[in-house]
Design a protein around this ligand. Structure first.
Ligand code: SAH
Length: 324
């Protein structure tokens, strides 16, 4: 099986029946670490809406919303700070997992669900995606001699075969170099850019694309073997932000970033928000502040994670992406 087909099946089986988040699960994400994360992104979306000329209705879309925590925190902040935006927005969630759709419905009863972006209605849209693109299936090409082979999976082992319908690959590369390619991510970005949507993608990956095998699996907060137990571990890959930005620009959008996520969140005032939360919950102040610090510090998630924004080319850069 080609690696992307293997990953797609493994991811579908993995997410279909479980809630993988939090201490008892396999991994923890930013919205589960600090409520200030979703709140700041909600206010980010409110300013982006104003920059778009306050269209109504406005589609507020989240890709892969997990438990729905980010969006619930975002909507609470939006309702408080900009009720006109809360009134104008229609909530659309793109989610394939039945178990996670049920969790989202408990927090976000007025949402509409989609299996992919193809069924989103037309019209102005702001799209949020946190740790979504890393879960999409990738292909891996490996340099052997003067040629590229593609990595396939069979019975838990790797096989290398000549690729069919490969994307453009560089003419030179060191022996054994691995090049990753995510058709699904590029197709989503291309579609959103072409419809003039504003997209904010937060995920892990390098600022500049290069060679390397970034496929990883997590189980119970530890590393697992990606091929060993398909469907029972979380398989992801680094997001190639430069490729996403290039695809967006080719489709007519402006691309801002990728910025280190820590810098982006600090510009949005995440630490000030956390300080306010800590002052009003003195018993949990330590936990609140250390959670926020984990999101912004380079040793935490602040450097590995990046923020990339696509928007209409004639619009001002949204908050956090202004030229320094
Ligand atoms: N954004 C959430 C969850 C991240 S996990 C958070 O930050 O906590 C990845 C999410 O994407 C899950 O909700 C998973 O079910 C969903 N997902 C994975 N592959 C998908 C696909 N191809 N289409 C739609 N949703 C997908």
């Amino acid at each position: 099986m080609r690696l992307d087909a293997f990953m797609a099946r493994a991811a579908a089986a993995y997410y279909a029946g479980r809630d993988p988040f939090g201490r008892a699960g396999d991994f923890t994400t930013a919205p589960e670490i600090s409520q200030a994360f979703g709140e700041c992104l909600g206010l980010w979306a409110a300013v982006a809406w104003q920059q778009m000329g306050r269209p109504a209705p406005l589609l507020l879309v989240e890709l892969g919303p997990g438990r729905g925590t980010l969006m619930a925190d975002a909507l609470r902040a939006i309702a408080e700070v900009m009720p006109a935006f809360r009134a104008a927005l229609q909530l659309h969630l793109v989610e394939t997992s039945p178990a996670l759709r049920a969790a989202q419905a408990r927090l976000l009863p007025d949402a509409q669900w989609h299996a992919d972006i193809a069924t989103l209605p037309a019209g102005p849209a702001i799209v949020l995606a946190n740790e979504f693109f890393d879960a999409l299936p990738i292909r891996q090409f490996i340099r052997r001699g003067d040629a590229w082979l593609e990595r396939f999976v069979q019975d838990g082992a790797w096989h290398e075969l000549p690729p069919e319908a490969a994307p453009p690959l560089p003419g030179h590369a060191p022996e054994g170099a691995v090049l990753e390619h995510c058709d699904a991510a590029l197709a989503i970005v291309q579609t959103l850019a072409a419809r003039g949507a504003t997209l904010l993608a937060l995920d892990y990956g390098p600022a500049e694309d290069g060679f390397g095998d970034s496929l990883q699996a997590l189980s119970a907060h530890g590393r697992a073997e990606p091929l060993a137990a398909p469907g029972s571990v979380d398989i992801t890959a680094h997001v190639r932000f430069a490729a996403l930005a290039a695809t967006a620009r080719a489709a007519g959008a402006a691309a801002h970033g990728p910025l280190p996520m820590g810098l982006f969140l600090q510009r949005l005032g995440l630490m000030s928000r956390a300080a306010i939360l800590a002052r009003s919950n003195p018993r949990q102040a330590g936990l609140i502040l250390s959670g926020a610090e984990r999101l912004v510090t380079p040793e935490g998630m602040g450097r590995l994670f990046k923020a990339l924004c696509l928007c209409h080319p004639r619009r001002d850069p949204p908050p956090g992406f202004e030229p320094a």
